[in-house]
Design a protein around this ligand. Structure first.
Ligand SMILES: Cc1ncc(C[n+]2csc(CCOP(=O)(O)OP(=O)(O)O)c2C)c(N)n1
Length: 414
């Protein structure tokens, strides 16, 4: 016998039924007007700024007033990153590493690292080595990864700059754009479930925000009220596509508002605007258990990567002007000088020392062997499935058959 079902008959007798209960899922609104108006583009959201390009704090109430040690930690992280970028970029040009991406113009993002706790889980895109520098990933760690040598934590399985570190709560970078966004929402939900006093922070470029994963990740975090900070580095380009050709709306910030997420736009070349916004966002995310979006407006001064030549699609003069007039490193340097905390002599000495440290590490890393080929098969399965056992055997047979093509001396013995 079929189960009886009750059907709700729609009322057609003219009796009025209240639709004011907005808790009901179908009541999207009970707010009606009888004039017809299409909403046009809203006013552009302004960017929060604390310090201008001369290193002057505009409103002293907003100076985070970090100690000399804390400010110098940020500045030194910027110089280290800048110097390492120069050496590794050139190394790729000389054919010594296979790929590299610089952070030129985006060094102020280190302010976000200073505002977090080490318990906060970071999901990067690929231009966020500042977070690792700040958290203590060593120069050796960076360079071993870029050489894919036997000391690389990823055992040579990733392209250069695809860093990861469990110790530093930094999830390994994935090449496919946007994948980190729903992952960060999920990780934040797990933090919420476990009652942790921590959030996740997810970096992405404005280009990656065109991926479907961006929308899935934001809506998931908004509806599940997950403590995640979505941090968009809007540097104006997705490789050769300028942001003017990527979207017609008001940047990425307008999308956060659309998903019901607390949103702020900041000056991305101002370390203190980034610091204050990230600190406040962390508090909202953890105390109120909900996501926050920060859009940092900056400019990519370097080429997209070593596979790109940006002179083909943008004016070199524009790049030079941005690098000179509004350089985030110079801004912080001027702030330090206003406070009499840093001299030219100290700057020269630090730059010289850090360059020496990087070159020493570089020379050692280049001489290291590659990871043992067995690591092509380890760390995914507890017990290798039959198809991989077969592939492993085939690889061994190939190496033994053609020793002239496979020089196993270049690889570590275990
Ligand atoms: C799913 C996917 N599509 C395309 C690419 C190729 N790709 C790599 S980086 C990039 C541009 C990303 O720009 P943006 O997110 O703004 O970051 P930026 O490089 O400017 O920091 C593209 C299209 C990719 N890696 N993954």
């Amino acid at each position: 016998m079929a189960a009886s079902t009750s059907v709700v008959e729609p009322k057609t007798d003219g009796n009025v039924v209240s639709t004011s209960d907005t808790t009901r899922p179908w009541s999207a609104t009970d707010n009606f007007i009888s004039t017809m108006q299409f909403i046009q583009k809203q006013e552009t959201l302004q960017a929060y700024r604390v310090m201008d390009h001369t290193g002057t704090v505009l409103n002293t109430d907003h100076d985070p007033n970090l100690s000399k040690e804390e400010v110098l930690k940020c500045y030194k992280a910027m110089i280290l990153l800048h110097t390492m970028d120069g050496i590794l970029y050139d190394a790729q040009r000389q054919g010594r590493i296979s790929f590299y991406m610089t952070h030129y113009g985006e060094e102020a993002m280190v302010g976000s690292a200073a505002a977090l706790s080490s318990d906060d889980v970071v999901f990067g895109q690929y231009r966020e080595a500042f977070m690792l520098v700040y958290r203590g990933f060593t120069i050796d760690d960076f360079i071993n990864q870029c050489f894919s040598n036997e000391l690389d934590h990823g055992k040579g399985r990733q392209m250069p700059v695809h860093y990861g570190s469990k110790k530093h709560n930094f999830q390994t970078i994935s090449s496919p754009l946007g994948t980190q966004i729903p992952q960060a929402s999920g990780a934040a939900y797990a933090l919420k479930m476990s009652g942790a006093d921590a959030c996740s922070l997810c970096f992405f470029g404005e280009g990656a925000a065109s991926e479907g994963d961006f929308h899935a990740g934001l809506n998931m975090a908004a509806t599940l009220k997950s403590p995640v900070i979505f941090f968009c580095r809007n540097n104006g380009f997705a490789i050769s596509t300028p942001s003017t050709e990527q979207y017609k709306g008001d940047g990425i910030a307008s999308r956060g508002i659309g998903y019901g997420i607390d949103t702020i736009r900041v000056d991305g070349n101002d370390i203190w605007a980034i610091y204050n916004a990230t600190k406040a966002a962390r508090e909202i995310a953890i105390k109120e258990q909900k996501p926050v979006l920060i859009e940092a407006m900056t400019y990519r001064i370097g080429h997209h990567s070593t596979s790109d030549d940006s002179t083909k699609y943008r004016d070199r003069k524009e790049v030079e002007e941005r690098a000179q007039f509004d350089n985030p490193v110079t801004r912080l340097r001027r702030y330090l000088e206003h406070k009499n905390w840093w001299s030219q002599e100290e700057d020269d000495a630090y730059r010289k020392q850090i360059k020496k440290d990087i070159l020493t590490s570089f020379t050692a890393a280049e001489k290291r062997k590659k990871p043992n080929v067995k690591h092509l098969f380890t760390d995914v399965y507890d017990e290798l499935p039959p198809n991989l056992i077969k592939q492993q055997q085939e690889l061994q047979d190939l190496i033994s058959k053609y020793p002239e093509y496979y020089n196993t001396d270049e690889f570590a013995s275990s």
